[in-house]
Design a protein around this ligand. Structure first.
Ligand code: SAM
Length: 498
């Protein structure tokens, strides 16, 4: 981290929570000791073949499961501490206990612009502010709420929000309920048991709900961005138009190269089909050579055979060519057509070996709903989804985050970096009609468009870091110090506490 940036952030690295803690009736000298104790129990449990045969058990090595987990509150597999946790934190209903609530209807479209909701994306995500009223209606403070299909864990966030909601929000809900003739809500955090078949989902849910030290996270995340810039910044340099200075690339546009069905001349899709005025792709456009009418449907795919750096085998895939670079000199943004120096730089990067941190597994194409969209274009393995420069950047970011020794900081660093995986992949479409090229992948489908924005890691992550910091700190109730707020944020994937 440069001195200037350190000063701007006004932060210093801090050790994570220290001091004695109590968990499930045991006393530990620190939170790290608590984690170690339960991690050893989980390690033993993972050796039990019956436990591993639990339906839905993730495919993963013991060490990977242990590294992700923060037991007993979060385990990246079925949680063996669940009964103990529910017995400890819950209260059984006794026969004869009266429980009655009238049915309750609520608008779930609320809160989709909330910073905390947007802190991490997930398909079919429900805003926590849409869940809070139901939890308030159906439960009392301290009671346990189960979400067996938790996805990104918004039910856990909602359970905590019932205790952390700011005064203005409480007043608004109380006013609405009064008008509806409902009894006043009982504020106070609920416990949440969060479960999902997908380890990615529970990892996101854990990031949302487990406590972490915000200052340490922010400091380390900025350090990672700075050190990756130091190591790989040369990959994102381009000569400014006047040749006097170097610009810093924000994104490079790659176009698929087709062939004309009439004259076989090459057709660089973005150059011919994109209307520079309207910024939209034209339905019909002329061949640059024979002027035949071309459409996306009558263009012929053109392939090139590369050497797959991971396997050393020939790799045939559709042709892409860089056609536009957007870069900054100081705060000013410029565009240019890639020149010989840019081409030489890309060729140099292309000769680098596949980074060790990049997964090279083959996709189960035949079992994928969208396998037929990617395999015919030549994209059959995980590493095919990343151009060499993006692969280097993602690997550098990921390996630094994964090397963090403090469990809760590491979880949040991976939570942060993981959000760049889609955006750095070839699924990120070039959308000239949008101001930002961040997260332009088509939702819910594996689709590689004919125009790709290859963004720099800083373009995608710099803003995300400041938004994350604001989202988590901004969700604290007024008058409550951030460190107290962290204590409130005690839920976990698997079980929530406090
Ligand atoms: C509609 S999403 C939930 C989204 C969540 N409400 C949120 O706000 O992020 C449904 C979830 O169910 C999970 N799922 C599907 N089948 C499951 C199963 N048999 N057991 C547990 N989870 C399952 C999926 O992985 C997915 O995350």
């Amino acid at each position: 981290m440069t001195k200037q940036k350190q000063k701007n952030l006004g932060l210093s690295a801090q050790a994570s929570t220290s001091g004695p803690v109590e968990c499930l009736g045991h006393k530990f000298e620190s939170d790290a000791a608590r984690r170690e104790h339960f991690r050893e129990l989980l390690r033993e449990k993972l050796k039990d073949p019956t436990f591993r045969r639990t339906e839905g058990f993730p495919v993963g090595d013991d060490e990977d499961i242990l590294r992700l987990s923060d037991p007993p509150f979060y385990t990246a597999c079925p949680n063996p501490f669940l009964s103990e946790l529910t017995a400890h934190y819950g209260k059984a209903y006794r026969a004869g206990d009266a429980y009655h609530r009238d049915p309750f209807a609520i608008d779930v479209s609320v809160g989709k612009t909330d910073a905390l909701y947007k802190a991490h994306s997930y398909h079919t995500k429900v805003p926590h502010l849409a869940i809070v009223p139901s939890i308030l209606h159906y439960t009392k403070p301290g009671e346990i709420v189960l979400d067996g299909f938790c996805g990104s864990g918004m039910t856990g966030v909602a359970a905590l929000w019932c205790g952390a909601a700011p005064e203005a929000y409480r007043k608004e809900v109380e006013g609405e309920w009064k008008r509806e003739g409902l009894p006043a809500p009982q504020w106070g955090a609920r416990q949440a048991v969060l479960n999902d078949l997908s380890p990615a989902a529970t990892m996101i849910a854990a990031g949302y709900t487990l406590p972490f030290d915000m200052d340490t996270f922010t400091y380390r995340a900025q350090q990672i961005l700075d050190s990756v810039e130091e190591e790989l910044g040369w990959m994102y340099e381009t000569n400014h138009a006047d040749g006097s200075v170097k610009g810093r690339i924000s994104f490079t546009v790659w176009s698929e190269v087709f062939s004309c069905p009439e004259c076989a001349h090459e057709v660089v899709f973005v150059d011919e089909a994109l209307d520079k005025e309207t910024k939209h792709v034209r339905d019909e456009f002329p061949c640059p050579s024979c002027k035949a009418k071309l459409t996306k449907d009558n263009l012929e795919r053109s392939f090139e055979t590369l050497i797959d750096a991971a396997s050393g085998e020939p790799w045939k895939r559709v042709r892409f060519r860089p056609v536009l670079i957007t870069y900054k000199v100081g705060d000013r943004e410029f565009e240019k057509v890639p020149d010989a120096a840019d081409e030489a730089l890309l060729a140099r990067i292309g000769r680098l070996p596949t980074p060790a941190a990049l997964p090279t597994v083959a996709f189960p194409i035949d079992e994928m709903a969208h396998g037929s969209r990617i395999a015919p274009k030549g994209f059959t393995h995980a590493h095919h989804f990343f151009l060499p420069r993006a692969a280097a950047a993602l690997s550098a970011l990921w390996s630094r985050a994964a090397a963090e020794t403090d469990t809760s900081t590491r979880r949040m660093l991976l939570w942060f970096i993981e959000q760049a995986v889609w955006g750095l992949s070839v699924m990120n479409r070039y959308s000239p009609s949008h101001f930002s090229q961040v997260n332009r992948a088509l939702n819910g489908v594996y689709y590689i468009a004919s125009q790709h924005s290859e963004v720099s890691p800083w373009y995608i992550l710099d803003g995300k870091l400041s938004r994350l910091t604001k989202a988590f700190v901004g969700s604290k109730p007024p008058g409550v110090r951030v460190d107290q707020h962290r204590q409130l944020r005690g839920a976990a994937s698997g079980i929530s506490v406090r």
